[in-house]
Design a protein around this ligand. Sequence first.
Ligand SMILES: *Cc1c(COP(=O)(O)O)cnc(C)c1O
Length: 455
Amino acid sequence: MQHTPPLAGGITGPDALRPLLALVLDALGEGAVARGGPVAAGGPDAVAARVRQAVGDVLPEHGDGAAHALRTLVRAVAHGAADPADPLCAAHLHTPPLALAVAADLAASALNPSMDSWDQAPAASELETRVTRVLAREVYPRGTAPDALVTTGGTESNQLALLLARERHGPVRTVCGDTAHHSVRRAAWLLGLPEPVTAPVHDPAALDATLAAHHGPPLLVVATAGTTDTGRIDPLSAIADAADRHGAELHIDASYGGPLLFSADRRHLLAGLDRAHSVTLDLHKLGWQPVAAGLLAVPDAARLAPLGHTAEYLNAEDDTDAGLPDLLGRSLRTTRRPDILKIAVTLRALGRAGLGALVDRTCAAAHDLADLVEKNARLELYERPTLSTVLFRPADASDEETAEIRRTLLTEGRAVLGRASADGRIWLKATLLNPHTTPDALEALTRLVEGSTPR
Ligand SMILES: *Cc1c(COP(=O)(O)O)cnc(C)c1O
């Protein structure tokens, strides 16, 4: 008879997990050593060849056991990873997760609560209720009954925000800046809403004129607190004033910038955030959580009522009347991971001050990088950073050469930088999210870019 593999839960689960975890941890370490940097050298072909070799016969008739499968595949994925824990891996809002959050996430996997009904997640659902309320209160200190939904990230949060606006007002027309996240347009498309209008939201007078000229469906203004390309924060209070004057709703996408709330020194940059009807936050960016850790906050839980939904097997009315919490209206998903556990552990472990210090350190690293670029005659800085994104480029390179530098550093495994178009030119983008980044690493980054610049 085939041996039945052990389970992760129950009294014996930890003993079954311990030796497997030891294997996984060894394989992670070996993979990182084999990689030897932010990303493996050789580009797509080299990585693909190693992965193909490791995965072998994807579905063999007879498996070769947990130890071999774990060691081989984890090692291959670690070897071929772009690892944001390396300070030279700074292309995207791709965070290096905190070890403590990853450890908490292991518990989430082992217990596997599903957040769609109380009988699958008795404790996790209560934890989610408490933690989301507290986080929503950070966003809306003066809200009536602030609450937040846990999402898979900014994309889902923005979709929900547009959906809630549509449920309140009918087919709203979205007005957003040209630097709004692409998920806003996609959400409008998905929800069958009118095509969003692009308006200069960074210029309150121009926005006011756009809103005044509008005749048609109700408006939803979407502002961004931390744009994906430059980290700029739209003038939130002025936008809220304009939205108020014209009876428009306001959603603020603070996927990137939201965690400035934890920083006593930087919180002021989000002034006006609490005037939005909904706010997107993403703790898998400046919150150092493993994916996924999104939130959609609202000032009053009553705003979430349109998501209410009944399925007899999950939240029958008599069960709810008898006191079993009804969870189905807290997401459009059904089966849902308890992403709140790692978030709760992180909040408790670091506190507001600890998280704020991580935010500050990360933003300070971006200023250090901007200083280095400014002092270097061979490099050009786009602008001083607002959050932790720095756009720069070789002073004399063309757009094509700048784009080529990024690809060269990537395929040679030296650095993972992003790219952004701004002011009609292509820039290298360093999105710093690693709170352990040192001045030496930043120097190394600028030297790498100089070293790859054609003369
Ligand atoms: C990252 C980002 C998103 C999308 O978030 P996901 O977690 O990737 O779905 C939305 N808006 C902004 C401003 C972002 O930076």
